[in-house]
Structures are given as C-alpha cells and as structure tokens.
Design a protein around this ligand. Structure first.
Ligand SMILES: [Zn+2]
Length: 428
C-alpha cells in the first residue's frame, strides 16, 4: 500500500460494506470475475472507486482509474473485454481513488484529460501529504507507521502533474463514432468534472452523487467544499436529462424519471442543509446548536452512511466564517484544556470527575462523559480507571454507529486507548 494510493481516498459505496469495518472499502469489487457490461460500448470494473471503459473505433477511453491497489485488477477485467489502444483517460477529479491507476493505463500517446483546477489540487494534496497520510491512516484503520518518513521541509508545488490535457468550463470531442462532452461540475473538489455522452444519454458524474448525504466536510480534513457548487453542478447534470447515471462509487442508476427524482432529492437535501445553516448564522445561532438541530425532513432523507449532516453544518459554517467563534477567549493561544487541571482540582480530584462521568453514562449522556474523562486524563494521562472508562464510552458509541467515518475515528480512539492501557498505567 503506497501513500499515493491512500491520500484523499475518500468515498465509498455504502451498500456494499460491512458498516462496522471502514477498512473493508478496499475489498469492494474483489469478487468480480468479469467487467460489467453497461451497454454496447460502456463497461465497468467495480471498486473503490469504479473504473469505466468506453469502446470506440479509434481507441478506448478510460473514465477514472480507481486506487493504485485496485487498478491492476480493473485493467485485467476491462482489457479482457477489449485490449485496444487507450486513446484517453478522463479523470473526474484528483482524489487518489480516481487517479491511482493513471500510470498503469497510460500509453505513449494517451491523452490524460482533467479540468484545469486539478493542477492546484494535486499540489495541495502533495503539500499536505504528511497530515493527510496520518488522517487517512487513522480514519481507515491502517497501520502505516513503517512508511512514515520524518517531514523536514515544505514543498508547495511538488506534485506530479498527471493530466496532459486541461480545460476550463467545457471540452467536446468525437472519437471513433462516440461523442464526449466534458463539463466542469465542481462539488467535492473544485476540479470535478462530468462526462456526458449524448448518444447514450449517459452522465459519468464522478463523486457528485453517491448513496449518502455527501461529505461536505470530511473528518480527515479538507478545504471547504461549497454546498452551492454541489447544487449548481447537480442542476447542470439534471439539465442534460440523463437516462443513465454512472457514479464512480456504487451502481449505475437507470431511467430518466428515476435519475431526475434521485438527483433532485439529493440537490434539495444539500440546499436545505446549506440554507438552514446560513439562516441560523444570520440569526446568530451557535454552531453546535445547529449541528444538533438541523435535520433533513423526511422527503429529503438521503441517508448518512458516509457524509453526516451535522458535520456538513459545521463545514458550511466554518467554510464561510473560519475558525473564530466570537468568544474573546478564543483569540489567544491558550485553549480551554489549559484550565482542566484547575477545574479537576476544584472538583475534588480525578476520581470525583470519573464518578460524574459514570453518572452521565448512566443517564445516557456519553459525549459529556467523554469530555469529562478527557479532562481527567489531561491531569493523569495514565490512570487506568479513566482509560477504561474512555474505552467503554468509545466502544458503546461504536456499537451504535452506522456512519463509516464516525466508526473509523471511534475505532482509532479505541485502538489508542487500548494501546495506552497495554503499555503503561500509573495507578489502578
Ligand atoms: Zn471517490
């Protein structure tokens, strides 16, 4: 497993997964024995994400290339259908689960086509490689410590630039009897594109749609993802009136009415969360209150197996406003954690705090209990009782979780706490 294959490998197909194991997304499609025929010219290899091949009389077109670890299997499946020359590779965006197989597929004359913002996006991912590496490892449960090299310098513009053909808003071309229209559809990333094949009324939308509320904020960290970009891009795709929708994660959606209903609901869900957040901001509401209170109405319920509405609320809030919460105390480099020891002492010591945490757990208030345990551990980091209580809270939250990213970070917390318990405790 290489770093490049993981950085920003970010989306998945919820229905194909055991929700309790985030690392299982890497097993998607591994039982596929032959490429899926979508129609006479479009074939799909399933994975995290999918790879598509379009057959033309003048060479084939690959749309997205999956993770580096999955690309060899995808190439084998698709070239078994047709091993003609690869005229073009179209990348729907620069996340590693779409670009991992570029070098495997690329031939001497292959065009690698992307929206022009991909160049900066690749630099951004490379610039922050170290932190994305750590965050992805934690979120997806990989132990990659052996691959970590000490970071000693900053490289702002050091990415390998994969595409050799860039466009701004649109790019149209014909190849061997097939028409391709590429449209800039920014959403999850600002380089995102949609491939429209008018003869087939087929839209390859990359990660503009998958079967969950989108990751408008992702816990592994990201620049703001603009909700209104999603809305505008979904409108752009809706205006095409596709009869075949081919996302890079999950299965195709077939039928104009079905696609219109699905994308309209998705767009409206995103717009609802955006507008409720903006309304609350303008009314002076607290971001945590909005994270708790803003919920999708039943007719816009699209599921939260991957993205989560509450994280999106905060992502939208902070995307617009940045980190400052309006509290003068937050202006200074002294966090609220710095007074935990004083508060724990005032409360009568660590054991009193742990007692209160236990009572909160009994009252079904696990998150407050977690904060209290963290305060106790700030004072006494290796106290067995506090560590065990932390483990208990995290494991109970984990059992209730049906969100892949939440599960990933709870698993990470559980593993860290177990490790501390195994290594050293100062007091029993
Ligand atoms: Zn993806």
């Amino acid at each position: 497993m290489t770093l490049a294959s993981l950085v920003c490998a970010d989306e998945y197909r919820p229905e194909a997964l055991d929700r309790v194991d985030p690392s299982l997304h890497l097993k998607q499609g591994t039982t596929q024995v032959e490429a899926q025929k979508i129609n006479d010219v479009i074939y799909k290899a399933t994975g995290f994400g999918n790879t598509f091949m379009v057959l033309t009389n003048a060479g084939n077109v690959i749309i997205d290339t999956s993770l580096a670890a999955m690309a060899p299997r995808h190439k084998k499946l698709l070239t078994a259908v047709n091993d003609g020359p690869i005229h073009s590779i179209i990348l729907t965006h620069a996340h590693g689960d779409h670009t991992g197989g570029v070098e495997l597929w690329r031939e001497a004359d292959t065009k690698v086509i992307a929206q022009e913002n991909m160049v900066e996006f690749l630099h951004y991912q490379k610039r922050l490689e170290g932190v994305f590496y750590r965050r992805n490892s934690a979120q997806f449960g990989f132990d990659l410590s052996s691959e970590l090299e000490p970071v000693t310098k900053v490289e702002n513009f050091a990415a390998k630039i994969l595409p050799n053909t860039l466009f701004d808003e649109a790019l149209n071309f014909s190849l061997g009897g097939q028409e391709f229209q590429l449209l800039h559809t920014p959403a999850e990333t600002y380089d995102a594109l949609t491939v429209w094949m008018p003869q087939h009324r087929a839209a390859f939308v990359g990660d503009l749609f998958y079967k969950s509320f989108p990751n408008i904020y992702t816990l592994r960290g990201t620049k703001p993802r603009w909700a209104l970009d999603y809305v505008a891009s979904l409108d752009k795709v809706l205006a095409l009136e596709p009869e075949l929708l081919l996302p890079s994660h999950g299965e195709p959606i077939i039928g104009q009415d079905n696609i219109r209903a699905t994308l309209t609901q998705y767009r409206d869900a995103i717009l609802y969360v955006h507008d409720q957040t903006v309304l609350g901001m303008n009314q002076g509401k607290d971001v945590h209150d909005m994270m708790r209170d803003i919920r999708l109405p039943a007719n816009l319920e699209v599921g939260e197996a991957y993205g989560w509405v509450s994280w999106s609320v905060r992502g939208i809030y902070e995307g617009y406003m940045g980190w400052f919460d309006g509290d003068p105390a937050s202006m200074y480099p002294v966090s609220s954690k710095s007074v935990y020891a004083d508060l724990v002492s005032l409360a009568g010591g660590v054991d009193k705090v742990i007692d209160l945490a236990r009572r909160l757990i009994a009252q079904d208030n696990a998150i407050k209990a977690l904060h209290l345990v963290d305060a106790a551990l700030e004072v006494e980091p290796e106290y067995r009782l506090a560590l065990e209580l932390r483990l208990q809270v995290l494991e109970s939250l984990r059992k209730q979780s049906s969100n892949l990213n939440e599960s990933g970070w709870l698993n990470h917390g559980i593993a860290q706490t177990k490790q501390k318990l195994a290594v050293r405790v100062t007091r029993n």
